[in-house]
Design a protein. Sequence first.
Length: 473
Amino acid sequence: MTTDPVTAARLREAHPAIFDAPWYRRYASFVLLGGLSIYLLISFFAMGLQHAARDFRQDNFRSATLDFYSYIEELNINYRRPEQTKFHRQWSAFDPDSQTITAVIHNKYDVIIKPDGELTFSLNDEVIARFGLDENGTFAALVTPATQGPDNQVSGHPFTYKPKFKGNGTDLLNAQIRFTNGSQLKITKGGVRIKNRRLGWEYFWFGEGHELTEMTGAEFWAFMRSNETREISKYVRNANGLRDTLRLDVAPWRYAWHSFLNNDDWKHKEVYDKALQSLAMAYCGLIIAAFLAAILAFPAAQNISNVFVSFLLKRFMDLIRAIDHLFWALIFIRGGFGQGMLSGISAFAVVETGTLGKLMAEAIENIDSKQPEGVQSTGASEMMVRRYGIIPQVLPVFVSQTLYFFESNVRSATVIGAVCGAGLGLQILNNATNGTDWEDIAYAALIIITMVMVIDSFTNWLRGRLIGIGRSR
């Protein structure tokens, strides 16, 4: 669509600010965009991000990511002492009749070890590799995998083949088949070591060697439906305040629950206690903050308070919320409370007092003035005007904001807990420092996600009930 010259001239004359704007206004957006691009480019090189790809350790990242949701089980077989082998019934077994050891890696690759030490590695009856003694009695690869590339990648499979020879370069010392996910098969003349990565968390339910761990699924459910009893130990305080051990015979379901909580490998009871500590820090800090913020919000609102008092209170709330929870926690730790939940609760209380107080004051400033004026026209006191003219308008907003900050504080409690030495934050920090217990970090993160989702669902329902969403009209 084109515009005739007469219309164009009329538009130019009617809107000179648009058509005859100075150059700096016409090109301001391009200048700002160019300046931002230059700033980002300088920041990119100043922070050394150009070396990030070079310094990135892909193998460590892959291993840590896999440890979040899987684990490795080892099977060590010594041909001289095969009776000491600890088999994993889910994927390895020993046949006493044929004296043959079988194992399955990733539920698809078969490993068969004969009594004479000959090992066959296959997929669907297709032999990929075979190791054993040749006709001269020398340990050798009887069937060598077909490899390609500098990493000896086995064609069509997710693993590499790494043989190691003796000094003469001909006699095989050992051979390794390494999977990309960390599983491994190492074959020597004297034995075999198998690392098999499996989905899930190792000994998550009842711990290594526990009676219930050794049961199959059918045996476990049969035990749970039975009338058998098991003895558990419970610690109680006697009349003198000393700890005594109480032994009880309990039903299968209680025995299973007790065994789950007292799992020595995962320490579920300790983890849940720390989760409740994080929840308590967020809740207690917010309750204190909501109470103080509601008190400060009314004198801080300009429409119902003195301008000077409102200015001072708002600047005070700016001051206390300008410092992050983390630094307030450090202040309280050094200031006398020490490490613990009290420092975390105090940090939440101070910061959220400033934040909630500001939001509540703004909610009061945005009320409809007709309602308090109507109450005031009846001759009501100032307190009654606030009670019936202001609070009914702002109370749903106050509650909604408080509930939102409760959900937010549950997430923040993880970081605060790491500093204060309480809650799940401490658990995550200890495991991250160890550098190997990534599955424990994933467990703690899953608990945090679950808590946030449950709290979010509850607060959404409660907000809806308070402000009338979903009610029948």
